[in-house]
Ligand binder design. Structure first.
Ligand code: IMP
Ligand code: MG
Length: 183
């Protein structure tokens, strides 16, 4: 089905079925945690876009959906540690209950920066949801409130996650073959 891109995948780490089951659980957990609220789901582009689409449909709350783009990468598979807002929100988050939706929590630099920025802007509460968590690589003290899967220190792609902007359309989480890297 996705042969052109899937030929570069070494192995499947999390299957489509496992993802769908876990995303349903995360949606239900959010609905319980934020019962009675009207949260703003804030996706971190671009990696979140597939997860976000499934997560909001798994969460039966009245909510808003917004996106921000942040950049801490300068190509390759290693974070530079410096985070910039490359696309900001147009609306205020003051007094809002935010659900930050991330594809993967790695060094923590992106989410530590974003959480601090949104608290400074007056968010009432922040719930961090990440599909994947790589705790072994953390350099900043930031934790997810909800995480889909804890994974080992491997570079993964698919379900929104990229390598050099490619492989986002693979429907599962996979590990790339070493020869697919140019670093
Ligand atoms: P952090 O700031 O180091 O936590 O990195 C978070 C961002 O790095 C994620 O939102 C991803 O865009 C990217 N990233 C980290 N690890 C991976 C990976 O294994 N595959 C693809 N992107 C990754
Ligand atoms: Mg990302």
């Amino acid at each position: 089905m996705h042969n052109e891109v899937e030929k570069d995948i070494l192995k499947v780490l999390v299957s489509e079925e496992e993802i769908q089951r876990r995303v349903s659980e995360l949606g239900e957990a959010l609905a319980q945690k934020l019962a009675g609220k009207e949260p703003l789901f804030l996706g971190v582009l671009k990696g979140c876009f597939v997860f976000m689409a499934d997560l909001v449909r798994a969460c039966p709350l009245k909510c808003d959906v917004e996106f921000m783009a942040l950049s801490s990468y300068r190509g390759g598979t290693v974070s530079s540690g410096r985070v910039e807002i490359t696309q900001d929100l147009h609306s205020s988050v003051a007094g809002r209950d935010l659900v930050i939706v991330e594809d993967i929590l790695d060094s923590g630099a992106t989410l530590a920066f974003l959480k601090e920025t949104l608290l400074e802007r007056g968010a009432a509460s922040i719930t961090i949801v990440t599909l994947l968590d790589k705790p072994s690589r953390r350099t900043k003290a930031v934790a997810a409130d909800l995480a889909g899967f804890t994974i080992p220190d491997a570079f993964v792609v698919g379900y929104g996650l990229d390598y050099d902007q490619k492989y986002r359309n693979i429907p599962y989480i996979g590990v790339l073959k070493p020869e697919a890297y140019s670093v």
